[in-house]
Design a binder for this molecule. Structure first.
Ligand code: GLA
Length: 378
């Protein structure tokens, strides 16, 4: 990257390279904005930002992937409007930093990312967090404040009403561990996974146009559920607070669709706890069953799956040595995650690629998911 930086910008004095990982969420999907529980793992796939001070007062951002340069006076960054393109992620972060009392200094940035876009592996949060570190250039922002600032950039500048999971894991990821995040207290605990299993993410290579609008719709449906449930249980502040028994008793007050959305969230929070518990006990078959239940709940109750994801899950489940599989991330395309015995990896790859190609005429990419470190100097 140093070489690429020199070729693009010339002298690389003061150059530092920052990294923030993508993630795969093992279980706990669409629970974060309901203040529940999630269990992501930071990936070896990551966004990298090489940055050095510029001498002419300008901020420049070069995206290798897009082959595009953004440029403006550093002092004007905080006043920029959303442009509905890749620059919204770094510029949204820059704006939030300026608002938080970290003015944007003149600099040249070169962005490179190995997190596939639109894959449900959180390429956006990786870009936000790595850009934030580059803009900060060593100025200290507490890790939790960093994650929340990047989430704000995505919600308020990019315009995506996301939860905290992606930015949180990009910051707090830990090599060798999954991280169970309590999305209300914003505390987490490290979860060591059993040694004799592997996780693979499989990319459908599709991102259905529906994804963003459906996400907003789900967020609104969950809010509608909470409003109705509070009529009977005023202490409820989010779906996180609702027990399965309470939900059953208020179900008649909810529309059929809203009741199903709420049922997914309530049961999914239970599955995160059960998964962590089974992991501690080394109960691999139960872990696998929970993944599959999560998928069916996302498919049938939350309705955020798609034929490609369902096909990958069913194909995986028919392979020897696979404990379970589910869609991961927001849905409507992107990736599945499968839990399997390490020796099953070669036949898994072969069978998944063959069957998926036969069905959809697209070659799915497969990524190993060794839990990796969170953001920092590359
Ligand atoms: C996207 C959002 C996250 C989370 C997931 C679904 O990745 O950015 O906050 O809601 O979808 O679990």
């Amino acid at each position: 990257m140093t070489e690429a930086f020199r070729q693009r910008f010339g002298p690389a004095e003061g150059l530092r390279i920052w990294r923030a990982p993508g993630r795969v969420n093992l279980i706990g999907e669409h629970t974060d904005y309901n203040l529940g529980f999630v269990l992501p793992v930071a990936l070896p796939l990551a966004a990298y930002v090489a940055a050095a001070p510029s001498r002419d007062g300008k901020l420049r951002i070069w995206s290798e992937h897009r082959g595009e340069l953004f440029e403006c006076p550093a002092s004007e960054v905080a006043a920029l409007e959303r442009r509905r393109q890749w620059t919204d992620y770094p510029l949204g972060v820059a704006r939030e930093l300026a608002l938080a009392g970290f003015p944007i200094e003149p600099a040249n940035l070169l962005i490179r990312s190995t997190v596939p876009e639109g894959s449900g592996l959180s390429s956006s949060a990786a870009l936000e967090v790595s850009s934030a570190l580059a803009f900060l250039n060593g100025r200290v922002l507490e890790p939790l404040a960093l994650a929340r600032l990047c989430q704000r950039a995505e919600r308020e500048f990019v315009g995506m009403p996301c939860g905290i999971m992606d930015q949180y894991i990009a910051v707090f990821g830990r090599a060798g561990c999954a991280i169970e995040i309590d999305c209300r207290s914003l505390e987490h605990r490290l979860v060591e996974l059993p040694a004799d299993i592997a996780f693979l993410a499989v990319n459908t290579m599709v991102k259905h146009a529906l994804a963003a609008s459906a996400y907003r719709e789900r967020v609104a449906e969950c809010a509608a559920a909470v409003e109705r449930i509070r009529a009977r249980f005023p202490e409820v502040e989010s779906l996180r607070d609702v027990s399965p028994g309470q939900l059953a008793s208020v179900a008649p007050l909810l529309s059929a669709v809203v009741a199903r959305r709420a049922r997914h969230v309530v049961t999914e929070n239970g599955r995160v706890a059960a998964f962590v518990d089974s992991s501690a006990r080394g109960d691999l078959p139960r872990m696998g069953r929970l993944l599959v239940e999560s998928h069916y709940s996302l498919r049938d109750d939350y309705q955020v799956s798609c034929p490609e994801l369902d096909f990958l899950v069913e194909t995986a489940l028919a392979i020897d040595g696979v404990f379970g599989a589910r869609m991961t991330g927001g849905g409507f395309g992107g990736c599945t995650v499968a839990m399997l015995r390490p020796e099953a990896i070669p036949p898994f790859r072969e069978r998944i690629v063959r069957d998926f190609e036969r069905q959809f005429h697209v070659t799915p990419e497969i990524y190993p998911c060794q839990p990796s470190a969170g953001a920092g100097v590359a």
